[in-house]
Ligand binder design. Structure first.
Ligand code: HEC
Length: 162
């Protein structure tokens, strides 16, 4: 029996794309960072690669005194996703992570990969940002956590969002 084309059409239209977001690096090859400090581990990445464009109000100000408040639990301004810029504990729901890690954001109407015009952030810097978010996106490291345990296997990179 031949399938009628109309019966097949809804299946085709609702099937999600196989790999919506193609990671630019496989972060599972990088060391796992723990107990990161925002000011000394994360902000310097923005200072070098981002504040040239994101250094003033109204344009996602990522300068040192503004970046944390502009990221944490703040909805993305991009209308084609429902994520916060940083969702503490959940890199997969943090638009910041996909903007640096996704090599094909335009395919999802997510604008350009960051930093625009530059090479992608180094895998170690991408892993720092991912691990900082996963650990809860704290403003500062926990001074009571003296040791970084670091014996566990690195948790896998989160799957791309649907
Ligand atoms: C050459 C200028 C330029 C540089 C450098 C740049 N950005 Fe952007 N960024 C933009 C523009 C323009 C947009 C809005 C359009 C888009 O999303 O592509 C944007 C959007 C974003 C967004 C989305 C904001 C939202 O609310 O949805 C994030 C997150 C972001 N940038 C992070 C970064 C980070 C992190 C860096 C450094 C690694 C960086 N950008 C470097 C110009 C830049």
């Amino acid at each position: 029996m031949r399938l009628k084309p109309l019966a097949v059409l809804p299946l085709v239209l609702t099937a999600p794309p196989a790999h919506p977001c193609a990671p630019v690096f496989d972060l599972s090859a990088t060391p796992e960072y723990q107990n990161l400090d925002f000011a000394t581990d994360i902000q310097p990445i923005f200072d070098v690669a981002c504040v040239g464009c994101h250094g003033f109000a109204g344009n996602l100000d990522l300068s040192a005194t503004q970046s944390y408040a502009n990221l944490l639990n703040v909805p993305s301004a991009n209308p084609f996703n429902a994520m916060d810029r940083v969702e503490p504990g959940d890199p997969a729901q943090s638009f910041l992570f996909w903007k640096i890690n996704c090599s094909n954001p335009a395919a999802l109407n997510w604008g350009s990969m960051m930093p625009i015009g530059g090479p992608p952030l180094a895998a170690q810097d991408q892993a720092r940002i991912m691990d900082w978010i996963r650990e809860g996106a704290a403003a500062a490291k926990d001074p009571l956590r003296v040791f970084r345990h670091g014996f566990e296997a690195r948790p896998p990179q989160p799957p791309p969002p649907p």
